[in-house]
Design a protein around this ligand. Structure first.
Ligand code: NAD
Length: 252
């Protein structure tokens, strides 16, 4: 089994894209560390994943706090001795307000979770990976990380930041066996998007109209891409930002 004994950390693993990816990686016999701020979601994923016959643990963390990020990395190393794969995925969308109507607290919260959380994660995880000769990281960007969109200015700024993190890490550490790629999903039917569109119904209709395939993405489709990028099947793909959006950003 190619992926047997491999260990993956998934942040935001308690829901949506993180949970789907945990299940898909477990099918490949990868052991899973689920990191999430939600105990309920995190434990739910662990139970689902264990049924597929791999080891799985939940570590509670708020990724915007560097000491909690260091803790999930340290705990993973204590338990498994290494980190092969990292799906750096936890994120929030924000309220959908126009930028000049956004509070400073909301701006700081989105930046703290989506950008600082991702930077801290790569900072500590890559250190462990490089000591062991390398590893593979997938960061979650977004369509809003490759094009400009209204109602998501802060979110878009953080996701463009994820793209910079991805490319520049490869410039520094590609030679040492580190692969870092990003995914840029369009609207995908996860709990985050469902609640966002419930609060902003006109945006759902608009979003679907703007997608050439005329439907939202499915979490399982994203999980398939992340699994491919993380594992050795994508060995020579590095520093890429792969769009998975039904053609949405290509028409912009
Ligand atoms: P989701 O809300 O279903 O899942 C996100 C998970 O992250 C939740 O379990 C939540 O508890 C966790 N989380 C939130 N804040 C956290 C924190 N501070 N620390 C630790 N965990 C935290 O959302 P999703 O749609 O699966 O989103 C996952 C990622 O994908 C996000 O980075 C999001 O920006 C990105 N994304 C989603 C879509 C989409 O349409 N669903 C599109 C593009 C990008």
């Amino acid at each position: 089994m190619e992926n047997g004994n491999k260990v993956a950390i998934i942040t935001g693993g308690g829901s949506g894209l993180g949970q789907s990816t945990a299940l898909r990686l477990a099918e490949e016999k990868v052991n899973i560390v689920v990191v999430d701020i939600s105990e309920k979601g995190g434990n739910e994923t662990v139970e689902m994943v264990k049924k597929l016959g791999v080891e799985a643990v939940f570590i509670k963390a708020d990724v915007s706090k560097q000491e909690e990020v260091k803790n999930y990395v340290d705990k993973t190393v204590e338990q498994f001795g290494k980190i092969d794969y990292f799906f750096n995925n936890a994120g929030i969308s924000g309220s959908g307000s126009y930028f000049l109507e956004s509070s400073i607290e909301e701006i700081e919260q989105i930046v703290g979770i989506n950008l600082l959380g991702a930077l801290y994660g790569v900072r500590y995880v890559a250190e462990v990976m490089l000591k062991n000769g390398g590893g593979s990281i997938v960061n979650t960007a977004s369509s809003a990380g490759v094009i400009g969109q209204d109602s998501v200015v802060t979110y878009s700024a953080t996701k463009h930041g994820i793209v910079g993190l991805t490319k520049s890490m490869v410039a520094e550490y590609g030679k040492d066996g580190l692969r870092v790629n990003a995914i840029a999903p369009g609207p995908t039917e996860t709990p985050m998007v469902k609640s966002f569109y419930e609060a902003n119904p006109a945006m759902k209709e608009n979003a679907t109209k703007g997608i050439p395939q005329r439907r939202l993405g499915k979490p399982e489709e994203v999980a398939e891409l992340v699994t491919f990028l993380l594992t050795s099947k994508a060995e020579y793909i590095n520093g890429e930002v792969i769009r998975i959006d039904g053609g949405f950003t290509n028409t912009k």
